[in-house]
Write a protein that binds this ligand. Structure first.
Ligand SMILES: Cc1cc2nc3c(=O)[nH]c(=O)nc-3n(C[C@H](O)[C@H](O)[C@H](O)COP(=O)(O)O)c2cc1C
Length: 242
């Protein structure tokens, strides 16, 4: 939301479609600072042998440094026909030893349909204040009812109410329709506090590869990629050209 009191209205009036307004917006975009720093340093020689502990170390540092919402990540999926899509989700759990990440969603949502048809995905985090990007990609499995129950029942009443409104990403007839669904979901949560929506699913992405990118204000970026070793239980680690 803009802080200029006019919502998302164009900053210079008019309908926002003019060429000079496009240019002005582009000029402001180009002038906006990126990777201004100061940024933390990442010495690849200090990188552990496996990515899970490094992910935990970076998460810990993000929390300590007050990075806003470091648990928010982009999940990219692809449909059966290969069409990609991405959206942000909350990281619900981490298996540090196995470098696996948990997230929760409605199996009937478009992303749930993608994952049913093509159970592979990518996760991306970007923490601008630290110039850090983390990427993971690998196979995704849907955990069972116990995991779904524990995840769902640990949520706030508002989150559980939202979970029962269902129909994620389907066209909505108007705000009234959602109001009614919300009230019905609220009574359901109040009346049956132990109930879990049928589609609520915890997914586990087991990283096949994981990459850590430490940006540098002077553009001397550092990238380290881990790939599960084809010949054993460990990981292969390599530097990448920035
Ligand atoms: C900060 C934030 C966190 C979100 N966390 C989740 C989440 O954990 N699970 C989820 O299903 N959707 C979450 N959403 C909503 C998704 O981004 C998305 O809009 C929704 O799940 C529908 O995605 P789909 O149509 O690709 O299935 C979140 C949205 C935001 C802005």
């Amino acid at each position: 939301m803009s802080d200029e009191g006019s919502g998302d209205a164009p900053p210079h009036g008019g309908d926002g479609g003019g060429e000079s307004e496009d240019e002005a917006l582009l000029a402001r975009l180009r002038a906006a600072p990126v990777l201004a720093g100061p940024l933390p340093r990442f010495a690849p020689e200090d990188a552990p042998a496996a990515p899970g502990p490094l992910f935990a170390r970076w998460l810990d540092r993000a929390l300590t440094d007050g990075v806003p919402e470091p648990q928010v990540m982009t999940l990219s999926t692809a449909a059966a026909d290969g069409a990609p899509s991405a959206r942000v989700l909350i990281l619900r759990g981490v298996d540090i030893a196995d470098c696996a990440c948990l997230f929760a969603s409605d199996a009937g949502s478009p992303k749930g349909e993608d994952l049913a048809a093509n159970p592979r995905a990518a996760l991306t985090w970007y923490w601008p204040a630290q110039g850090r990007q983390i990427r993971m990609a690998g196979p995704v499995t849907a955990l069972g009812a116990d995991a779904a129950r524990a995840d769902f029942l640990g949520r706030s009443p508002a989150s559980r109410t939202a979970g029962f409104t269902g129909r994620t990403s389907r066209p909505l007839g108007g705000p009234g329709e959602y109001d009614r669904a919300w009230r019905a979901a609220q009574s359901l949560v109040a009346g049956e506090p132990g109930r879990v929506p049928d589609g609520h699913t915890v997914y586990r992405l087991r990283a096949q590869e994981a990459e850590f990118f430490q940006a540098d204000p002077g553009r001397f970026h550092v990238r380290v990629r881990y790939t599960r070793s084809p010949s054993g239980p460990g990981w292969d680690r390599t530097l990448l050209w920035p």
